[in-house]
Write a protein that binds this ligand. Structure first.
Ligand SMILES: [Ca+2]
Ligand SMILES: [Ca+2]
Length: 475
């Protein structure tokens, strides 16, 4: 699934407020409650399930999947993704593609993803599915970077409906627009005729692709080390598959029997798979695997407005940070609770200035309007700044930055009482964008807060959805 920057802009518009709390920390992994069944028939001892959906029941589980409802702008695709074309039937997730107008498009189809609900780094993903076919039909099982930038992307399976015997497997890497890809394909039976399994095994050194349990492609180039989420969809039309014609039969059905994600069971080691909601758990490296007897420290860090409550799953108690000696595999969650003593938002609708703005629509006031669909974007050069005026001195305790895809690699935040003399209260040199919760070590009294970006993360400018300041009134 080729993508581009604009896709994310559009998609971000439609995400709910939940994204403020859910996503985008480079180390954090989010998931619904712990789940311990089933083992894959063929990997009983080697792999341990950390997440799965068998698609039993009568509706798509909203704790596991987000269902798209949008006319995504990418690849010149022609479908409107609607929840009406996503449903469960006979133990399968069904993604239906129809020829009918909706939202300015001539076709409707289905897309589900685990964004904001489940991400992981390294492991095995296995999808059992029967694919749709026909000219212009483009089924895919793929994964995107939970941090929000593109690339990276891993395409577990892509098939072009006019050639249902050919499965494509691709790794996308690099920095847009100098991104690249390494991929392969396999010619087999008609994959629309019956169910087959499509899988990857992703380790720090290599990504391997499997069809029906047989390795069909692998790469050691640019193996990603960040958390990914899973996407299942059928696109209709587009630059790569071409467009439906008189030979294309509608409706088409993409049946998915299950999705299972595993961590490898390696003798002498244990993996630590942690989830968190309203916070994050620091754990390095991303491999999350340690020799038995190793002691690691887990630190649970709540989002602003929350406090750590307790560990659950294979861990227990309220100790934080927690020293953990590895005695086997650990699947656990950090539970956070709302903090009634948390500082309040004091920057809503404040006056905002910036060094530049990309266009009339992308002005600095967009960072304090509480709307995750509006953003500030600077001109495409370094340095740039954006400055919030609270109107009077306030006691500042924390801030939250919500970066668009065009993030700052390096930036600093300074405060002032007169917008002339500044003192730096926070600096970051290696940011990957996303949402940053910043708690000041010591609260500071100031009227003005200025963020200065000194190195951009992309060739675009600096772009923030929201820049929130938390604290107390100066009584
Ligand atoms: Ca099933
Ligand atoms: Ca905004």
């Amino acid at each position: 699934m080729l993508s581009n920057r604009y896709q994310y802009t559009i998609r971000r518009l439609i995400y709910s407020c939940a994204i403020v709390f859910l996503s985008l920390f480079s180390n954090v992994i989010y998931a619904p409650a712990m789940d311990r069944s089933p083992q894959s028939e063929s990997h009983d001892r080697e792999w341990v399930v950390i997440w799965h959906d068998e698609f039993d029941g009568d509706r798509v589980n909203p704790a596991k999947w987000r269902i798209e409802d949008a006319a995504l702008i990418k690849n010149n695709e022609q479908q409107y993704y609607t929840p009406e074309d996503v449903y469960l039937e006979d133990g399968h997730l069904v993604l239906r593609s129809q020829q009918r107008p909706m939202g300015g498009r001539d076709y409707t189809s289905g897309l589900v993803e685990t964004k904001g609900l489940f991400t992981f780094t390294y492991g095995r993903v296995e999808v059992r599915a029967r694919l749709p076919k026909g000219k212009g039909i483009w089924p895919a099982h793929w994964m995107m970077n939970a941090v929000g930038t593109w690339p990276p992307e891993i395409d577990i399976m892509e098939m072009l409906g006019h050639r249902p015997t050919k499965i494509h497997m691709t790794n996308h890497f690099g920095v847009h627009p100098r991104n690249s890809r390494h991929g392969g394909y396999y010619e087999g039976p008609d994959y629309s005729a019956d169910f087959h399994t499509y899988a990857i095994e992703w380790t720090p050194d290599e990504i391997k692709w499997f069809i029906d349990g047989v390795e069909r492609f692998s790469t050691r180039k640019y193996v990603h080390d960040v958390p990914f989420y899973i996407i299942l969809n059928t696109a209709v039309g587009g630059n790569w598959p071409g467009y439906p014609d008189e030979t294309t039969e509608f409706p088409q059905y993409h049946h998915i029997d299950y999705v299972r994600v595993y961590k490898k069971n390696v003798p002498g080691t244990g993996f630590v798979y942690l989830t968190a909601e309203h916070g994050q758990v620091s754990q390095q490296p991303n491999e999350h695997r340690y020799a038995l007897g190793t002691t690691i420290q887990l630190a649970a860090k709540p989002d602003i407005g929350y406090k750590f409550s307790h560990w659950t799953g294979d861990l227990e108690g309220t100790q934080n940070p927690l020293d953990l000696t590895i005695a086997g595999n650990v699947r656990a969650a950090a539970v956070f609770a709302e903090d009634p003593d948390a500082p309040g938002l004091i920057s809503s609708r404040a006056a905002v200035l910036s060094s530049s703005q990309e266009s009339d629509q992308l002005g600095p006031a967009n960072v304090v309007d509480g709307n995750l669909g509006t953003r500030w974007s600077s001109e495409f050069s370094d340095p740039q700044w954006i400055q919030i005026d609270l109107g009077e001195a306030r006691l500042i305790e924390a801030m939250r930055l919500n970066w668009e895809n065009a993030f700052a690699r390096s930036y600093a935040i300074a405060v002032s009482d007169d917008a002339l003399t500044w003192s730096t209260v926070y600096a970051k040199a290696d940011s990957n964008g996303g949402v940053h919760n910043i708690r000041l070590v010591q609260s500071v009294s100031a009227r003005y807060i200025r963020l200065t970006g000194t190195e951009r993360g992309t060739q675009w400018g600096y772009s923030l959805w929201e820049f929130e300041v938390f604290g107390q009134s100066q009584e």
